[in-house]
Design a protein around this ligand. Sequence first.
Ligand SMILES: [Cu+2]
Length: 184
Amino acid sequence: MSNLLPKARAFALRGQPQLGLRQRLAFAALFVVLLLACIPAAIAHEFKVGDLEIEHPWSRATPPGAKVAGGYFTVTNKGSVPDRLLSISSEISDKAELHEMGVKDGVMTMRPVEGGLEIPAGGKIALKPGAYHLMFTGLKRQPKQGEKFAATLTFEKAGSVKVEFAVEGMGETGSGDMDMDHAE
Ligand SMILES: [Cu+2]
């Protein structure tokens, strides 16, 4: 027994570099696989319902005490008839509204879109800062950078679809929307 120990140690010493290399290769391969698996998820996430494709729903982290947060995504209608985004609900807010921006007397204002937002047949609508956007009102908590929260979008024809909004940093694409007053 006692003379097995030096042999085992010698084997271990000889075996180590080879094992190490193999392990390193295995880790490298695993790393590449994980990296490839993560890329599509990090860059874009999309949801489908009926003829509609909803791309990359995202929101922005809000400062403590904020009562509203924006919501943005692109929706493409691959069908041959127009559809309409009628209502939105989310797990982080009491309500969610669809807003549009406009200029009134030289001042940027935003107002709720009446009757829903039409998505033309074969068309694409982008909800983004400074344009059409969702407003999550009556926040139950602040959306935090890096998390995702669930929401449901309801369309006239395609029906309801559950989506996840990815929360990005506070300064992300900060154009116009940030300092707007929401009359509430
Ligand atoms: Cu708004």
